[in-house]
Design a binder for this molecule. Sequence first.
Ligand code: ASP
Ligand code: MG
Length: 427
Amino acid sequence: MALIVQKYGGSSVADAESIKRVAKRIVDTRRAGHDVVVAVSAMGDTTDELLDLAGQVAPIPAPRELDMLLSSGERISMALLAMAIHSMGFEARSFTGSQAGMITDATHGAARIVDVTPVRLREALDEGAIVIVAGFQGFNRDTRDITTLGRGGSDTTAVALAAALEADVCEIYSDVDGIFTADPRVVPKARKLDRISSEEMLELAANGAKVLYIRAVEYARRHGVLIHARSTFSSSEGTLVIDSRRAELLAQGEHMEEPIVAGVATDLGQAKVTVVGVPDVPGKAAEIFKVVAKSGANVDMIVQNVSAASTGRTDISFTLPKSEASTALKALAGEQAEIGFESLVHDDQIGKLSVVGAGMRTHSGVSATLFEALSVAGVNIEMISTSEIRISVVVRGDELAEAARVVHTAYGLDGDADAVVHAGTGR
Ligand code: ASP
Ligand code: MG
């Protein structure tokens, strides 16, 4: 008998029929003899609809009240799910985040979990009940207020529960079959992976893969939680996200080498800012990025050109999330005289392509394969950045999909048939 934590995303509980289907799946797990703890998201697009409503009554909703509002979405689905399970003859009990002991810091809208005290969940499990917990929310001890964990936070709720309860596995259900070598809607020949190491998953999630939320993967990695990403709509195995060391051992045990590249991620959510004609003297990069950081922007890639000797000036380009570009540009424009640059260029038509694989540490020629594939396809590279297990390039946004397909082929990742894509979003 195992303790299994299951998380169901909004698309899995979008209406009454879906809730009943999920209830059946939970009951089946219970029937197989396991203890089950469920973290559930708000139904369908509830969170977006609530946000929209809030915007209609107040231009800038008070953060405390916004969390009160948004946390109600998950309370609806948790109660309905518990009712559905009852009606199938099983004992189920729903709990809000605070009842479940999800203790967070006080940051409304983006709270971080600081402690999990699942006393009531343990009691309910001991009494033989199936436990349902509202995802995405917690409680701060100092302010005694309800908090939410940020969009997609139910993944983190599930992983945190799995860690605190020492569950055997944390199953994250969505409307896609697991983790793919690329987004199947962009690369039809993408293959589902049986397993991926947590460090590779982190890089993929950080670079545009949307199946799992990065904070949940981080939490799982830190606390040794085994994640199984799978589909609500099929019973087939999904993808295991396992500890990196274990991934290596498994590969050795099977006498096969891990593929050098695990997957290709694409991201159309970034913009590029170029600061033109920056005086090429010490301290200018520091000035620029201090201003950008103060605007709250999260800078990703940075490239500085060689300066033209005749002018003593250089250009510095960087990328950041599209939604943060205008604030950063305004902040920079305000310091133009002080910093002494000539002008600013804003480009939101870029796409970022990343290849990720732990095998890059020990194999050479990985970047050459990438550049060769892009060159054959006639795709121009505008920026390059690397980490130990990732290479990313910025290309024109309208060439991103084609770039992803040729790169996927070049690394031998293509499957035999086109991937089956449900209408899903992966949430
Ligand atoms: N309902 C929240 C959202 O849509 C949390 C979640 O789904 O994980 O972001
Ligand atoms: Mg949702």
